[in-house]
Design a protein around this ligand. Structure first.
Ligand code: ASP
Length: 308
């Protein structure tokens, strides 16, 4: 039996210490810990890494604190378009959705794409039709309304400005994700996001792109990214961590360091990622001031942090 381990993130960026009041900081850490507890419970009873990452991401999608599910940012039309993906490391199966609306848990829909369709990535109205067919839980627009994100949007709506999930004072990416190692030694990764404030033309970032925002392979590691999506796509960031381990023999820590601190910065790739390897080593790294993050191992001790 291998050791079990799980890590989660709630986005990276320039998180200002002044804006993060003690009560807000507490709320973020509690939300991260709740996600860890949910996912860890799955692993503890011998459940699959894939189920653990889905459950953990669902918990993060259900809070308005992060830019995913309920807390998703507004697009140029004042709507919410969400992206999500997950991948199973033992057989490289994957599922993803892009630009979906009114779906309570986009990660659950991505799981259904993987389990109940012959596709990997579906989008827009087609994905909505599939959601109906699969009878996944839908919510009306009010469920996704958040005053803070509405004000963020009001500042830029009507302009060409596309904002990551930040105000001028606070530049952060609120995407959520999870990676896990289960008792059978299998790895999995999941990522979910509302994308960028005021995005148009059905812009899609890295989060639903297998290899860019999410990747898992039992040979090496499982990875979930957060940051400037366009850069992460160009860097094929998540798969690159795997490739550096599989082809170059780097350790998880070294592979993550190369991607986060050497490959992404020249592409304006602000952000970070969480990763786990077959031995249960966890690396949570970022090239900006902070990342909402947490991890737990076999000892069931929950760790959460925001700043370096
Ligand atoms: N990577 C996400 C995107 O570009 C944003 C984020 O991480 O918050 O859609």
């Amino acid at each position: 039996m291998s050791r079990i381990a799980l890590a989660v993130h709630g986005g990276a960026g320039t998180i200002s210490r002044e804006l993060l009041t003690p009560s807000r900081e507490k709320a973020y850490k509690e939300a991260l810990e709740l996600a860890l507890r949910r996912g860890h419970a799955v692993l503890e009873r011998g459940g699959a890494a894939l189920d653990a990452v889905e459950v953990a991401v669902r918990a993060l999608e259900d809070t308005p604190l992060f830019n995913a599910g309920r807390g998703s940012v507004f697009n140029a039309d004042g709507q919410h378009e969400m992206d999500a993906s997950l991948m199973n490391g033992s057989d490289l199966r994957a599922g993803a959705v892009a630009g979906v609306q009114n779906v309570k848990n986009p990660i659950g829909l991505a799981r259904r794409v993987m389990d109940h369709s012959s596709h990997v990535l579906i989008s827009g109205m087609g994905a909505f039709e599939f959601a109906h067919q699969q009878k996944v839980e839908l919510e009306d627009d009010e469920y996704f309304f958040d005053e803070f994100r509405y004000q963020q949007w009001k500042e830029v709506v009507g302009s060409d400005k596309v904002q990551l999930d930040h105000s001028d004072k606070e530049k952060k990416f609120g995407t959520v994700g999870a990676v896990a190692l289960d008792a059978a030694g299998h790895l999995a990764a999941a990522t979910s996001t509302g994308g960028m404030t005021n995005k148009k033309w059905q812009r899609v970032g890295d989060s639903p792109i297998i290899g860019a925002g999410t990747y898992a392979n039992d040979e090496s590691c499982a990875v979930s990214c957060t940051g400037h999506g366009e850069s992460f796509i160009r860097a094929v960031a998540a798969h690159d961590v795997h490739a550096l381990m599989a082809y170059k023999g780097l350790s998880l820590e070294e592979a993550v360091r190369v991607v986060v601190h050497e490959k992404l910065p020249p592409l304006d790739g602000d952000g970070g990622l969480i990763a786990i390897d077959r031995a249960g080593n966890i690396v949570l790294d970022f090239n900006c001031p902070g990342m909402y993050r947490g991890h737990v191992g076999s000892d069931a001790v929950y760790h959460t942090a925001i700043f370096r």
